[in-house]
Design a protein around this ligand. Structure first.
Ligand SMILES: [Zn+2]
Length: 374
């Protein structure tokens, strides 16, 4: 029998206890749950504060950074008096103030392939609040090997994304969406591109919500669903993501055997965001493929896959032959790329962007998503 709530806790969480999906049993679950937050910055701040306030019993935070005055516009865990001091000292003090019942474990180190598995093994799930690709690949790979859910979030200027990656529960991993490291320079850094301070508040709160749902076992987990929030359009969209059978981590013939690999050990000199390529859903593609369509749709699958089923508008250019076709492709036209599940087309879009194509769009979910809608 897990330790029940104290009378003080019953009072503190009374608004949770009123919700049938939580109740005393759910609140006790939260009390005995643990979450690791990688990063205590823009996304980690709201996520950690809401998880603490909600009564998640144990929170681990990994961060070796120091509070800078330029963080305060968005990293609401930290305040003026903490500038120049370690972020985790600030975070522990703030979270203790939010909820003294929560145990906060500080890991004042960088999250690296050497320590990731050991640190994360202690927790029920991982919330990714990192701001660079190698750490994102590392949290993904660590969660995969430990069979723990990864609550993903990313932000860029006015746009944010969130999802849950958990191949052991079904659905894709982060690498199914982004198969390899974007080329340096193809994704602007947070420092270069900027971010509106409220945005991580929204995305980090979505991450806290998904984490709490997972811990309670309540509602549906957005496996294979990427929530995209566009602040300027005031819109939330849901993109379908599919497990990529060619994924190097969770695919049918995986190549990656440990958290030490070329992505997780890459240098982080470029502090980049994940949102580097234009992506649309197959539903949006349907709206684009009208009689007036004057762009180019490319299918980068193999000829046998194309022969089995294809979109009549699509031109077949298998991924391996794309370099040879480069000179024949228009730079003044919109190019849309699809494959079976979205993995190979993402690679193709990256490749085209590296070669000076600016109007390139990836079709999330590929042919699989298209066929599901029919
Ligand atoms: Zn995968």
């Amino acid at each position: 029998m897990p330790e029940p709530l104290t009378s003080e806790e019953r009072l503190r969480y009374s608004r949770h206890l009123l919700i049938p999906e939580i109740g005393e049993a759910g609140q006790v679950k939260l009390k005995h749950a643990s979450v690791l937050l990688v990063g205590s910055g823009a996304l980690g701040s709201p996520a950690a504060m809401y998880l603490a306030a909600a009564g998640v019993g144990s929170l681990g935070l990994v961060d070796d950074d120091v509070v800078d005055v330029s963080n305060l516009q968005r990293q609401i865990l930290h305040g003026e008096s903490w500038v120049g001091k370690p972020k985790l000292d600030s975070a522990v003090a703030r979270l203790k103030e939010v909820n003294p019942h929560v145990k906060v474990e500080a890991h004042p180190v960088r999250f690296t392939p050497e320590n990731a598995m050991q640190i994360a093994a202690e927790y029920d799930l991982i919330v990714d609040g990192s701001d660079n690709f190698p750490t994102r690949f590392l949290t993904n790979d660590t969660a995969f090997f430990l069979k723990k859910p990864l609550v993903y979030g990313a932000i860029h200027r006015f746009e944010g994304q969130a999802s849950v990656f958990a191949p052991h529960l079904g659905g894709p991993c982060y690498r199914c969406m982004l198969p390899s490291m974007p080329a340096p320079g193809s994704a602007p850094s947070c420092a270069e591109a900027g971010v509106l301070g409220v945005l991580p508040g929204i995305i980090g709160s979505l991450q806290a919500m998904e984490a709490i749902k997972l811990l309670l076992g309540t509602g549906s987990t957005p496996l294979g669903k990427l929530t995209v929030y566009e602040a300027l359009q005031s819109s939330f969209r849901s993109l379908n993501l599919h497990r990529d059978p060619n994924c190097r981590l969770c695919g049918d013939q995986p190549e990656i055997a440990s958290v030490t690999n070329s992505e997780t050990t890459a240098s982080t000199t470029c502090e980049s965001t994940t949102i580097s390529m234009q992506t649309i859903t197959t539903l949006e593609l349907r709206n684009i493929l009208t009689d007036e369509f004057d762009g180019l749709l490319i299918d980068v699958r193999q000829p046998d896959e194309h022969a089995a089923c294809n979109l009549p508008e699509a031109k077949l250019i298998p991924l391996s032959t794309l370099p040879a076709e480069l000179d024949s492709l228009p730079k003044d036209q919109e190019i849309y790329v699809h494959c079976k599940a979205g993995g190979r087309s993402a690679k193709a879009v990256e490749f085209l962007m590296d070669h000076g194509f600016t109007q390139v769009t990836n079709i999330a979910g590929g042919m699989d998503a298209w066929l599901k809608e029919e």
